[in-house]
Design a protein around this ligand. Structure first.
Ligand code: BGC
Length: 366
């Protein structure tokens, strides 16, 4: 008899059930919250880019739980029982649990700007910027997952004033580009002639000990980019970045130039065996890299000079290395045995400073 009743009134029963569901949802938000998402969520995902400073350093399976207003409250590594508290909103995660990618062109770019040659007091800058940074000045965009994880490598010795200006210029610049970056200042100790190339090899090796950086930007400390459309992203082909420098009247001095500021993927850098370790004193090491690039059938790419513009900070010109042309001969073939593969150095100190990582090294000719 009950079955007969259902059959006779089936149409009415269906409408009543539907009305009840609509009433429950609109009246009490039982199924979805006001943003149209499921209220309570427990799921796992593979965290390829840990958003925590410390704790989770490598990719690992983690699970998180979310409250009804979708604030992420706890993150737990599958191989550890310590929960890490986060104030990260699930807004920056899509529904499969992966962080949303940053847009390809950052909405924060401002284009060409004047480069300030007057540094603000370091404490004031630090106070403003360090809350945004992790240990060693590491930065990750707070609301999206960056396309690139980039290590900025600065070969350095006795240029304190330049370093201060550089750091104060680069943090806001790179943050506007929504890049995940770390700045590695590699300082040569002692008075042996400066070996820019070897310091860059060391910077790359040390950076890779810390994280899986996808590429490196090798950067002279006295060059400040003038336009944030000059993106410090990972290039498909090695990229010479300091195309137009004010002291060269914003013109490229010669086609094969790879000095000043250049970017390479980790893969390409390893493929060419890094820079040569043999250039002591000014000049040649970048030209040597240029021939390594060609030898390995890669090409030097560039942004247009209208955006790849730099201001050079003034300094006394170093004495050029008179041996550089001799060392450059056979450079490409020598690349197999001279570079990352035979890199030797003594790390005297590594300090995670609030705005960058400082690495003091001792190097000598082998
Ligand atoms: C040197 C390079 C330098 C270039 C531009 C060349 O003669 O060998 O190392 O980058 O001049 O100054």
């Amino acid at each position: 008899m009950f079955c007969g009743f259902i059959r006779t009134h089936c149409y009415k029963v269906a409408i009543a059930a539907l009305a009840a569901l609509v009433f429950l949802e609109y009246g009490f938000g039982v199924f979805y919250d006001e943003r149209g998402r499921i209220n309570e969520a427990y799921f796992t995902f593979n965290l390829t880019a840990p958003r925590l400073w410390g704790g989770l350093q490598n990719s690992s399976d983690v699970s998180y739980s979310a409250t009804s207003n979708m604030t992420l409250i706890a993150l737990q590594s599958s191989n550890s029982s310590d929960p890490y508290q986060l104030d990260l909103l699930v807004d920056s995660l899509n529904f499969t649990g992966k962080p949303l990618m940053c847009p390809l062109v950052s909405p924060l770019l401002v284009g060409r700007t004047n480069v300030s040659k007057i540094a603000m007091p370091m404490e004031a800058f630090q106070e403003k910027y360090s809350p945004l940074l992790g240990p060693g000045g590491r930065y990750r965009p707070p609301d999206c997952h960056a396309h690139y994880k980039v290590a900025i490598i600065i070969p350095y010795r006795k240029r304190e004033e330049h370093l201060q200006l550089f750091i104060q210029h680069m943090h806001p610049f790179l943050q506007r580009q929504q890049i995940d970056y770390g700045i590695f200042v590699v300082e040569q100790s002692g008075d042996t002639p400066f070996n820019r190339a070897m310091l860059m090899n060391i910077g790359a090796a040390e950076a890779l000990r810390q994280d899986e950086f996808q590429c490196f930007v090798f950067h002279d400390v006295d060059l400040l980019p003038e336009d944030d459309r000059n993106t410090y992203s990972c290039p498909e082909q090695p990229r010479h970045m300091s195309v137009a420098i004010d002291v060269f009247k914003y013109r490229l001095p010669y086609e094969g130039l790879f000095g000043g500021v250049s970017a390479m993927t980790t893969e390409h850098f390893i493929k060419v065996n890094g820079f040569s370790n043999l250039f002591w004193g000014w000049g040649g090491e970048d030209d040597d890299m240029s021939s390594r690039i060609k030898y390995h059938k890669l090409i030097i790419s560039r942004y247009p000079p209208s955006t790849a513009r730099y201001t050079m900070l003034s300094h006394k010109k170093a004495r050029p290395n008179p041996n550089r042309y001799r060392v450059m001969r056979n450079g490409a073939r020598r690349s197999k045995v001279d570079g990352l593969s035979n890199l030797k150095y003594k790390r005297i100190e590594l300090e995670m400073k609030p705005l960058y990582i400082h690495i003091l090294v001792s190097i000598k000719p082998s």
